[in-house]
Design a protein around this ligand. Structure first.
Ligand SMILES: [Zn+2]
Length: 131
């Protein structure tokens, strides 16, 4: 049985992966500021294609933030989240097979922490964090 939390998280990870793959336009999705000192808002991908023009925005910090969450980074995070989810997927009785805590129904603390990273996404339910 897959509960709604797991179903929602899988859909969320699918969405993040899809958007990141589309955003990388066939490249690896590694974005960088081309000249942080003179054009701090300008971002290019690894092939030199402009991702964001420097037209007064984003700010240098905003551009740096964007590059820290480039498609390559998002795809790596999605892969890691899927591994964590697989290891902490509740069994048929609702218990985590990894955490060895038979007194607590899933989500275990690890799955709850994983879910909390997505708490600002649409249709997230705060009660999913109650462990
Ligand atoms: Zn667990």
């Amino acid at each position: 049985m897959i509960d709604e939390r797991v179903e929602w998280l899988n859909a969320r990870l699918d969405e993040l992966e899809h958007v990141a793959n589309e955003a990388r336009h066939g490249g690896v999705g590694a974005w960088h500021q081309t000249d942080p000192d003179r054009e701090s808002g300008r971002i290019e991908d690894g092939r030199g294609r402009i991702v964001v023009f420097d037209e007064g925005s984003p700010s240098g910090w905003g551009a740096e933030h964007i590059t820290l969450h480039d498609p390559r980074s998002v795809l790596a995070r999605v892969e890691a989240d899927r591994r964590i989810l697989a290891a902490h997927l509740p069994d048929a009785h609702g218990y985590c097979p990894t955490c060895d805590d038979n007194t607590t129904l899933a989500p275990c603390a690890t799955l709850a922490a994983l879910l909390s990273a997505h708490r600002h996404a649409p249709e997230f339910k705060e009660e999913w964090l109650n462990v």
